[in-house]
Design a protein around this ligand. Structure first.
Ligand code: GLN
Length: 478
């Protein structure tokens, strides 16, 4: 299985140079999946024949003297809320069982055009609502570093796939932390780009003003390369940024000399943030200072209200987005005498408990008498958070914080009370509310030798600063 742990850049370089075939790479990764995914359950869908056929097409291109692209032969795993033409896309929900999208998400088209080979679709919390994959209708994913622990969520399958050596690159979606938190818990790199940097066309919507697609990788350079491939304007997503992309990969090794780094004080003082996690963040700040950065403490006062605002805005948008699953247009239909009864029966059977909770919370927050007190108020808090971040970014280039308050927790630890689970996202949610980019990079370990992730945040479209900071941390990690 050793060979399945090489980086995306190494795989592509070898395939382009004819040192090894995409078919060989695919077989190695399929063997790793066959050996261990019965236990890990990172994937909901793998079609080995289709994987081999895709790899053979890359090899044929190389043999014909064509360059398949910067991801030549790189196995990629896709969160199962990304549309794949003709391939089941379930969002880990019963309500989408049997549905096959008629088109590919833009990110999938771009990966394939760059030479990537899709290995399969990964497990998630149903409709990306959760922080542990325990909300999947098809059973949880296990953390490859300790199978008695959760991999985080909601993109737990994608994080686990990368950590287990099933693919050097996976895509996830991040609405409140769903790329960064599982990356932290599985010891891999996870990047949430700026809202609008990556097209959402073909991502099944959870909360449209917060959702963003991004990569999981085992190195910072691979994350930069992945962003170079999937980012950039897409006319099919009206919120997609028209500004041209820099070359992220080229910037990765430029160091942090003179970069102004702020340690975000509120996120070190928050309730529930483990002392070992705070210690790793402080060590990360010291490592950056040693590498030439100017490090200061910075306050971003409104971030402490992020969680409350998010749990009104995200469910409100979800209640509206999920209205489309009505038994008529997609997947499951439970027959009943009238249309109304059919819809009720379909939604009652098709959605799991957390999705129903969010739909009810969101519907309530948007209802006529309460709209301004809940949804309107949350939107005002969102503006305050964006303003406080903007003020901080006048003083510093990037901010440092924990990604997740703790290392990977055990199954069942946080399922009794929804609020306990929601608290996992205190440090990640604020960047979704402001729309700014953030990355989680592994930096040492906490209790039980499990990985700790340090989060680097920055202003809109400052991904290159995030990536070069993360690269320094990667090099300095204990
Ligand atoms: N855990 C958060 C939630 O349950 C974030 C999910 C996400 O980013 N998709 O909403």
């Amino acid at each position: 299985m050793g060979e399945s742990f090489i980086s995306a850049r190494e795989v592509a370089a070898g395939v382009r140079a004819g040192e090894w075939t995409a078919r060989h790479v695919a077989d190695e990764h399929l063997a790793a999946v066959a050996e261990r995914d019965g236990e890990i359950h990172a994937f909901l869908h793998v079609d080995p024949d289709a994987v081999r056929a895709a790899a053979d097409r890359i090899d044929a291109a190389v043999a014909a003297g064509d360059d398949p692209g910067p991801l030549a032969g790189v196995p990629v795993a896709l969160k199962d809320n990304l549309c794949t033409r003709g391939v089941p896309t379930t969002c880990a929900s019963r309500i989408l069982e049997g549905w096959r999208p008629p088109y590919d998400a833009t990110v999938v088209e771009r990966l394939v055009a760059a030479g990537a080979v899709v290995v399969g679709k990964t497990n998630l919390d149903e409709f990306a609502m959760g922080s542990s994959t325990e909300n999947s209708a098809f059973g949880p994913t296990r953390n490859p570093l300790d199978p008695s622990r959760v991999p985080g969520g909601s993109s737990g399958g994608s994080a686990a796939a990368v950590a287990a050596g099933f693919a050097p690159l996976a895509l996830g979606s991040d609405t409140g932390g769903s790329i960064r938190q599982p990356a932290a818990l599985c010891g891999v790199v996870g990047l949430k780009p700026t809202y609008g940097r990556v097209s959402r066309h073909g991502l099944v919507a959870f909360a449209s003003s917060l959702d963003q697609i991004g990569p999981f990788t085992r190195s910072v350079a691979d994350a930069a390369l992945a962003l170079d491939v999937i980012g950039g304007h897409d006319p099919l997503d009206a919120t997609s940024s028209p500004s041209p992309q820099p070359d992220h990969l080229a910037a990765v090794d430029s160091g942090v000399d003179g970069l102004r780094v702020g340690v975000l004080s509120e996120m070190l003082d928050m309730d529930g943030v483990a002392p070992e996690v705070v210690a790793r963040v402080r060590e990360a700040a010291e490592a950056l200072a040693a590498a030439g950065a100017e490090v200061v403490e910075v306050s971003v006062p409104a971030v402490i209200y992020g969680l409350s605002a998010y749990y009104l805005i995200a469910p409100a948008e979800a209640s509206s987005n999920l209205a489309r699953f009505d038994g008529v247009r997609y997947g499951l239909r439970v027959d009943a005498p009238t249309t109304n009864e059919m819809m009720v029966a379909t939604r009652t059977r098709g959605f799991g408990p957390e999705v129903k909770r969010r739909i009810m919370l969101g519907t309530y927050a948007l209802s006529a008498g309460y709209y301004d007190a809940f949804y309107g108020q949350a939107q005002r808090v969102r503006t305050l958070i964006a303003r406080d971040f903007a003020a901080a970014y006048e003083r510093v280039d990037v901010l440092l914080s924990p990604t997740s308050p703790t290392t990977a927790f055990a199954f069942g630890d946080k399922t009794a009370d929804p609020l306990t689970m929601y608290l996992n996202d205190v440090c990640t949610i604020p960047s979704n509310l402001s729309g700014d980019p953030a990355i989680s990079v592994p930096f040492g370990t906490g209790g039980d030798d499990l990985p700790v992730g340090v989060q680097v945040m920055g202003p809109a479209l400052a991904e290159t600063d995030l990536l070069r900071t993360a690269a320094v941390l990667e090099g300095a990690a204990p």
